[in-house]
Design a protein around this ligand. Structure first.
Ligand code: HEC
Length: 111
């Protein structure tokens, strides 16, 4: 490989490495919309959980902005959203992009 080709190759690789995380991350604004429609009724606007849900689930319902949830990786949060036992009906109505977007929104709830 010529030196010039090699340089171009390195440049492209660097640009790709910079773009990938940006492409993978969801759209927090779209996520906020979805959250208001499908999550707020249980988790509350700020993620703390509605009083009724807090009463019903107690410590099992963790505040979405709290350390325990925020410490999770995006992929694990996505699994929590799709696989949660209280999310069965909900999960059927979510597309993969919806999940990425709503995870991005959950990041904005960080305290
Ligand atoms: C019917 C009520 C209800 C709705 C609607 C709901 N949740 Fe939940 N969610 C719960 C309850 C209860 C828990 C805690 C118990 C559990 O993990 O199943 C929970 C847990 C979670 C967790 C933590 C999972 C973990 O890994 O510990 C996340 C994240 C979450 N919900 C996100 C969402 C998002 C995002 C939506 C909307 C797309 C949503 N929830 C809609 C009731 C709900």
């Amino acid at each position: 490989m010529s030196a010039r080709l090699f340089l171009i190759f390195i440049l492209v690789a660097m640009i790709c490495a910079l773009c990938l995380p940006a492409m993978a991350a969801g759209d927090a604004a779209k996520g906020a919309d979805l959250y208001a429609k499908k999550c707020k009724l249980c988790h509350g606007a700020d993620g703390a959980g509605t009083p009724a849900m807090q009463k019903k689930y107690g410590a099992e319902l963790k505040p979405l902005g709290g350390a325990a949830i925020q410490a999770k990786k995006d992929a694990d949060l996505a699994k929590g959203v799709m696989g949660g036992k209280n999310h069965a009906a909900l999960a059927k109505s979510l597309q993969p992009a919806d999940v990425d977007n709503v995870v991005a929104h959950i990041r904005t709830l960080k305290k």
